[in-house]
Design a binder for this molecule. Structure first.
Ligand code: 4AD
Ligand code: MG
Length: 425
């Protein structure tokens, strides 16, 4: 190849450790004896332009077919790309039945339409961009924590606790083919985790600063545009942390650093997503709820708009609304806990966090009131043996992507969404 070092655009696939450029045809165009193909392998938004003479024209070289091309990589005369491939040989690896293929050349299909084809939509430009941003953001989040000395923990997916106490659990049972009876496999009822927090608290009691980033599950009977049954959560837990301010700094740092990295590493993908932002989706609410009632989606949206469409921290929620583990602000007249949510434009709640109740007797009472004392002896132990003030948070990863990409529906920012009445493939 005579491609110079800096000709990255469209030539990404050539630089990879493969013999020949391979990919899927994104466009076919014939112009005066010359055939132009755009071939994309998903490594970037940019396709490689393949130029061939008209002897190559065939029905098989169609939108959607997979091909392998041999030829010379040359500087392109067009301003739209730095390089192009002058084809000497084009092999169709698998042809594509254009009539049956749900996507048509040159059409911009709405995201709702693409959602019907979870197994094929990743081949479109927009899903390609979203999922590359997702990959980039994942790496950026891991770097953020690594750079600050956090230890990454694999928290279990199967658990016997309901961390949030909301009862939105999927129960796990062995299939009826397994000889051990349902009840006897683990001896206790077990569930898919709703949050790794309690396990992270175990680990922050040894490693000081820990994080986990994995799938979490909630049996929320919701078709909303911000709930999934299976979603990814970024969770951090920090020992020797005494104030919500310190916790909010980490939350803010995570949001800003990850976003800056994504914007600088994949600007083209982010820009393409922004073209899909749905206008006029937002509804207004006239008044905020009374004290004591929880915030619902509409209240959260209102708060964010009221504050000028910027992210907003909401702190010190009523104790009665929150799980047993949140630290009692015992001097507060309205009896609150040291909780913090971060609400963001277009999405609402993005982060949920709190200081944890590290005082044995306070925790013991809270557990007793919820009838959890027996099941949480191990959790009380953490307060008996070298307890420290600590706190942490969880950030919904799909909601984060929705927020930075302006994608209205959460089902469009995860490769294969699972939600009520839908677990295709
Ligand atoms: O506010 P949540 O329920 O907090 C916890 O689970 C804490 N134990 C986390 C912690 O402190 N370690 O959930 C955290 C975030 C929410 O703010 C939201 O962004 C996201 O998880 N989330 C969901 N995202 C998609 N689909 C769902 N069904 C979600 N439920 C929560
Ligand atoms: Mg929450």
């Amino acid at each position: 190849s005579n491609c110079s070092e800096n000709c990255s655009y469209g030539a990404l696939m050539v630089q990879k450790m493969r013999k020949e450029p391979q990919g899927w045809i994104r466009s076919v165009r014939s112009q005066k004896e010359v055939l132009f193909l755009h071939v994309n392998d998903g490594s970037s938004l940019e396709s490689l332009q393949v130029v061939a003479d008209s002897s190559f024209v065939s029905r098989e070289l169609a939108f959607g077919s997979s091909v392998e091309v041999q030829g010379q990589l040359v500087k392109s005369l067009s301003k739209r790309q730095n390089v192009e491939l002058k084809a000497e040989k084009i092999e169709v690896v698998g042809n594509c039945d254009a009539k049956a293929f749900p996507f048509k050349y040159k059409e911009r299909h709405p995201l709702e339409y693409l959602r019907q084809y979870p197994h094929l939509r990743c081949r479109t430009n927009v899903l390609g961009s979203i999922l590359r941003v997702r990959s980039e953001a994942t790496a950026a989040i891991h770097s953020f924590f690594k750079d600050r000395g956090f230890v990454h923990i694999h928290t279990p997916v199967i658990t016997s606790n309901d961390c949030e106490g909301a009862g939105e659990l999927f129960q796990v049972k062995p299939s009826s083919k397994i000889k051990v009876s349902e009840e006897n496999f683990f001896n206790v009822p077990v569930f898919l985790t709703v949050s790794g927090q309690l396990h992270l608290e175990v680990m922050s009691g040894a490693f000081t600063q820990v994080f986990t980033f994995g799938p979490t599950f909630r049996a929320e009977n919701s078709q909303s545009r911000r709930h999934l049954a299976e979603f990814y959560m970024v969770e951090a837990e920090i020992s020797f942390l005494e104030s919500l301010q310190d916790l909010m700094q980490v939350m803010e740092g995570l949001f800003k650093t990850t976003t800056m990295t994504v914007l600088s590493n994949c600007p083209e993908d982010v820009e393409l997503c922004h073209k899909f932002i749905a206008p006029g989706q937002k509804d207004r609410l006239e008044q905020l709820s009374n004290w004591g009632a929880d915030l619902h989606t509409e209240h959260e949206k209102y708060l964010v708009r009221h504050c000028g469409d910027v992210p907003v921290f909401v702190i010190n929620y009523p104790l009665a609304l929150k799980p047993f583990y949140m630290r009692d602000n015992e001097d507060s007249p309205q009896h609150t806990v040291a909780a913090v949510d971060l609400l963001v434009p277009g999405v609402g709640e993005l982060f949920g966090g709190s200081l944890r109740e590290e005082r044995y007797h306070f925790l013991e009472q809270r557990l007793a009131r919820s009838g959890l004392t027996e099941a949480y002896q191990w959790y009380l132990d953490l307060r008996r043996f070298g307890s420290v003030p600590h706190g942490g948070f969880g950030m919904g990863f799909e909601r984060y992507l929705q927020c930075i990409l302006g994608i209205d529906n959460i089902k469009d920012v995860i490769p294969l969404p699972r939600f009520t009445h839908s677990c295709l493939l």
